[in-house]
Design a protein around this ligand. Structure first.
Ligand SMILES: C[S@@+](CC[C@H](N)C(=O)[O-])C[C@H]1O[C@@H](n2cnc3c(N)ncnc32)[C@H](O)[C@@H]1O
Length: 164
């Protein structure tokens, strides 16, 4: 599976510790270096490489499962189509994408909260996706005691004319 915007790798490391084959990518070399050190220290086999989430096709690979924890909500509305197309380019047909993002539903939201409508407008058959579920969740931050309100959006990669 692919962890897009893996940061210092906690999610990728957790998933790899469960036996999954995981690639974590990020643009921040400092974060990747910390993630690699954690993997060595914990004896967990997981690859961390530098890659731009807008150009994931450059990885030359496809994944059955893709995770975005805290990346999607950092992008402006006009950046989302390029990101979503990049995600589609590396997700196998019928593969699953999990996006955990700040939500607009609840007190003390994180910055740039996302609405369900925005998620549905972004991940749809025209962009190669079918949303399977959007569930309320929490996302940990360094400035919320019990996390911030979040959406966990689960989308399936579907075949769309014009998209490979
Ligand atoms: C809020 S952090 C989330 C980190 C990690 N997923 C987690 O849950 O702890 C967002 C991460 O996305 C990375 N990022 C931002 N823009 C990116 C891009 N265009 N391509 C790849 N990673 C990016 C940042 O460097 C940062 O590590």
């Amino acid at each position: 599976m692919l962890d897009a915007g893996c940061g210092t790798g906690e999610n990728a490391l957790h998933l790899a510790s469960l036996g999954l084959s995981v690639l974590g990518v990020d643009v921040a070399e400092t974060a990747l270096a910390i993630a690699r050190t954690k993997a060595d220290d914990r004896g967990i086999e997981v690859a961390f490489v530098a890659a731009d989430a807008f150009q994931l096709e450059r990885l030359g690979r496809r994944f059955a499962t893709v995770l975005d924890c805290g990346l999607f909500h950092t992008f402006d509305g006009d950046e989302r189509p390029g990101y979503v197309a990049s995600l589609a380019s590396v997700t196998e047909h019928d593969g699953t994408l999990y996006v955990l993002c700040f939500s607009d539903d609840g007190p003390d939201p994180g910055p740039h909260p996302v609405s369900q409508q925005e998620l549905r407008a972004t991940f749809n058959p025209n962009t190669g996706w079918k949303i399977a579920a959007i569930e309320p969740d929490r996302v940990q931050t360094s400035y919320h005691d019990n996390g911030a309100p979040a959406w966990l959006a689960t989308s399936k990669r579907i075949q769309t004319a014009g998209l490979l």
